[in-house]
Design a protein around this ligand. Structure first.
Ligand code: ZN
Length: 369
């Protein structure tokens, strides 16, 4: 992996990742951009103990631009985008409308009291462009390209973890308008949080309780058990295993773990990195194959969220790196909405049994790829 770091016109960082050395990535951003200011803050919910990011300025962000004005396509004569180069393999840049920004520390004063705790949302939000091809999807990438994305995620994790005040780095992809994606170009995002996210904090507590009760690691026990539970297994490689969790929340949900417990992406070894792309692409293609398109219609693209869970920089010693992939689609044309029970109480009800979901994912054919 070869990396070229540069700056956009307003000072934001842009990094190109290339498979081969020698790519010239010196195009300049010619747009007249003013440096963006961030007034984002994080507020502590005194009742739940969760941090909530308040990023009111994001209302002006780009919303469903026409394809000709896509800010993630390479720049062309007369149409300048966020990526000055005429082409690229993988590009990562700081979000122009970030909910977390180190600069917020200059504009937001911290305030600590038991009911009203406020701090600057001093972190970073990045956009990861998986390909310059506007109409592609992650599942369309070849293995070498998917590996380059993995290497970019890994490099970003290392870089962002080292920023002052960053506690946790979260790489994810939202795919599909059903998920709320406002840009059609294939891309993911990375959030570098100044706090440990609520779900991660909960996992840490559960893992610490498991350790206290059994003397063992929760995730190692879980992987040993699920690898022996064929009814929920979806894919198994030499170094990774993918299964539907025992208490899945979403209609179709798969968790992909390296068999060796590691804290984060930077701790994967070469054999694990080499095997990941094939398995992950296979999983994504199975998701698309779950809901076949009608004859003559465009291929189905199942909306999904792909979420990398990584241990925070401190205090996550019991956690295990893994990817959680799930869709809100429960049947063709039908979405699972988070309604009163889920949104009101965080109590999930699913109408697809995890074992049935796993069987469908095992059987999902992936024609034409
Ligand atoms: Zn585009």
């Amino acid at each position: 992996m070869h990396k070229t770091a540069s700056k956009l016109a307003d000072g934001r960082e842009l990094v190109y990742y290339d498979r081969e050395p020698g790519a010239v990535r010196d195009a300049r951003d010619e747009r007249p951009l003013e440096p963006a200011m961030s007034f984002s803050e994080i507020r502590l919910d005194p009742v739940l103990g969760d941090w909530v990011t308040v990023a009111a300025h994001r209302q002006q962000r780009t919303y469903h631009p026409p394809a000709g004005e896509c800010p993630l396509c390479p720049s062309r004569e007369g149409r300048l985008s966020e990526i000055p180069a005429a082409d690229y393999e993988v590009a990562v840049f700081e979000n122009r409308f970030p909910s977390l920004a180190l600069g917020s520390a200059e504009h937001v004063a911290a305030h600590e009291d038991p009911l009203h705790t406020v701090r600057p949302a001093a972190g970073r939000c990045e956009v990861v462009c998986f390909t310059s091809d506007h109409d592609a999807s992650f599942a369309d990438l070849d293995e070498a390209k998917a590996r380059l994305v993995l290497d970019a995620w890994t490099d970003r994790t290392a870089e962002l973890s080292a920023l002052p005040g960053v506690r946790q780095v979260y790489c994810f992809e939202n795919r599909g308008e059903e998920i709320g994606v406002t840009l059609g170009h294939p891309h993911g995002q990375i959030y570098a949080f100044p706090f440990v996210a609520p779900r991660t904090a909960k996992m840490i507590v559960r893992a610490e309780e498991h350790r206290a009760r059994t003397g063992r690691n929760l995730f190692e026990d879980l992987l040993a058990t699920e690898q022996g539970s064929p009814e929920r297994l979806v894919l198994r490689g030499e170094h990774w295993v993918a299964f539907v969790p025992f208490a899945a929340r979403w209609p179709y949900e798969v968790h992909l773990y390296p068999k060796r417990r590691v804290a984060d992406l930077t701790a994967l070894d070469e054999a694990e990195r080499a095997e990941f792309p094939g398995l992950y692409l296979d999983l994504l293609r199975r998701f698309d194959a779950l809901f076949p398109a009608a004859p003559g219609a465009a291929p189905n693209r199942t909306p999904y969220i792909a979420a990398w869970h990584q241990a925070p920089a401190e205090g996550g010693g019991e956690l295990a790196l893994h990817l959680e992939l799930f869709t809100v689609r429960r049947a063709p044309g039908k979405l699972k909405y988070l309604a009163g029970v889920e949104s009101g109480l965080d109590a999930f009800v699913t109408d697809v049994s995890p074992e049935a979901a796993a069987a469908r994912l095992r059987d999902a054919a992936t024609p034409g790829r």
